[in-house]
Design a protein around this ligand. Structure first.
Ligand SMILES: C[S@@+](CC[C@H](N)C(=O)[O-])C[C@H]1O[C@@H](n2cnc3c(N)ncnc32)[C@H](O)[C@@H]1O
Length: 194
């Protein structure tokens, strides 16, 4: 089966290197945090955010089990406050929206904070870096969040960012979707005047 979360990870794996910095904007059960920690190696750094202590505890246990705790900062705060904790530049920022699998389904990401989190993320990205967002339009708040993100990202300057929107066509009514925002390496010459 093709999983949209795996497609997001593959995109990140193509560019994230040992010694880099990366952000997991929604730690949840820690799977993306562990994935990022493996890629950045012992000389890199991962910053993982979640508003639920339970999620950070799950993530901490997973990292500990894989001996990766030292390379990760677990931050009990919303990703909309990212700029206060991360200096950057970062190579990748991963958002996996919605609720924590196995957790309280009433605690979900919200459109307003997600947009602010993405705005912070794209500031921190290094040229060539990317943000991935896995969207879940199958629940009411997720549908609103998806619409808000699509509108927001459609307005990005096309000479500075590339935005891709993908979805599985043959899996239920409202399958998960993926947004990838890539910050271009260089502005075209006509914009910089060089
Ligand atoms: C789908 S889960 C993440 C799954 C995780 N990436 C994994 O691989 O296990 C979404 C998480 O986002 C968290 N969340 C909700 N609002 C948030 C916010 N403003 N900032 C950071 N995390 C938030 C929830 O508490 C939940 O744990």
């Amino acid at each position: 089966m093709i999983r949209i979360t795996e497609i997001a990870q593959k995109q990140v794996a193509e560019i994230l290197r040992e010694g880099d910095q990366a952000v997991d904007a929604t730690a949840g059960n820690g799977r993306d945090t562990l994935f990022l920690a493996r890629l950045v190696g012992s000389s890199g750094r991962v910053y993982a955010f979640d508003i639920q202590q339970e999620a950070l505890d799950e993530t901490a246990a997973l990292l500990d089990h894989h001996n990766m705790s030292e390379r990760v900062d677990l931050i009990h705060a919303g990703h909309e406050t990212m700029a206060a904790y991360v200096e950057g530049p970062v190579t990748a920022v991963m958002f996996n929206l919605g609720y924590r699998p196995g957790g309280d389904r009433s605690i979900v990401t919200r459109p307003e904070s997600t947009l602010r989190g993405l705005a912070a993320a794209i500031q921190l990205l290094k040229p060539g870096g990317l943000a991935t967002l896995v969207l879940y339009p199958g629940h009411a708040e997720g549908e609103k969040e998806k619409s808000a993100l699509l509108e927001y990202c459609s307005g990005f300057d096309g000479s500075a960012f590339g935005v891709v929107h993908s979805r599985l066509l043959n899996r239920g009514k409202a399958p998960p979707e993926l947004l990838i925002v890539k910050k271009f390496g260089q502005y075209p010459q006509f914009l910089t005047g060089q």
